[in-house]
Ligand binder design. Structure first.
Ligand SMILES: *Cc1c(COP(=O)(O)O)cnc(C)c1O
Length: 231
């Protein structure tokens, strides 16, 4: 089992390297975040043994017990929607939150991080497709939300995240990735944040190579490492 995971990680890393090369980027600019929802602790340990240091969970509840069991000093990312009433727990468990999608949540995280005396790095989640079932800040409100986040001293906005619609053909996702990269440039052109925003969290198992070609700095990969999830 652990060899299986190590082998899959090596394959993913190789595909990441080739995608970066095609785009004239350095593979070191891109962090592989292994998404471990539905994955048991023994398999997460195997991924750590194979050299992974960044892990992503999409639910606070599920993450809580797993993170408690894993003693290794890895970095935990919250990649799924965060309800306000779980914000306190989230700030205690995760080193980066990818899913800030409202001023209200941003303010709450800022306050909680202030109480802990430790700033919390976050990404603003953008809803690129305007799908009613998806979370995220509509593109037309992004600047306004970013402006509101500027004054929050314990919130470190690092960049943007998106979950584009699923298409069998990853080429069809490319315009969404390109749009997110544009949003980042637009925010930076307004000099809202110092240092400027550098992170783009985009790309999953079926489309991470296209995401890297379009500028991803964090790819969130589950199935390509751990296999299909149980329904
Ligand atoms: C599950 C999940 C992923 C990983 O998806 P795979 O298709 O397994 O690679 C990435 N991002 C988020 C927000 C997820 O919930």
């Amino acid at each position: 089992m652990s060899e299986d995971i190590a082998e899959r990680i090596a394959q993913v890393r190789e595909r990441m390297r080739r995608a970066a090369e095609r785009a004239g980027r350095s593979p070191e600019e891109i962090t592989l975040v292994a998404v471990t929802k539905g994955v048991e602790v023994a398999r997460i340990r195997a991924a750590i043994a194979a050299g992974l240091a960044h892990f992503g969970e999409n639910r606070v509840q599920e993450a809580e017990s797993k993170i408690a069991e894993i003693a290794e000093p890895v970095t935990w990312h919250l990649v799924g929607h965060l309800q306000s009433n779980k914000a306190r727990k989230a700030v205690g468990l995760f080193q980066m939150i990818h899913s800030v999608d409202s001023v209200r949540l941003a303010e709450r995280l800022d306050r909680l991080a202030g109480e802990r005396g430790r700033p919390i790095p976050v990404l603003l989640q953008v809803d690129l497709a305007g799908e009613p079932t998806k979370f995220g800040i509509p593109v037309e409100h992004l600047i306004e939300v970013a402006q509101a986040c500027r004054s929050l001293r314990h919130l470190q906005v690092r960049g943007l995240m998106a979950i584009p619609p699923y298409f069998e053909d990853p080429e069809r996702v490319r315009p969404y990735f390109r749009r997110l990269a544009e949003c980042l440039r637009e925010l930076n052109a307004r000099e809202l944040f110092e240092p400027p925003l550098g992170e783009l969290s985009m790309g999953m198992s079926h489309d991470f190579e296209v995401a890297i070609e379009e500028g991803a700095t964090l790819v969130r990969i589950g199935r390509a490492i751990f296999g299909e999830r149980q329904p």
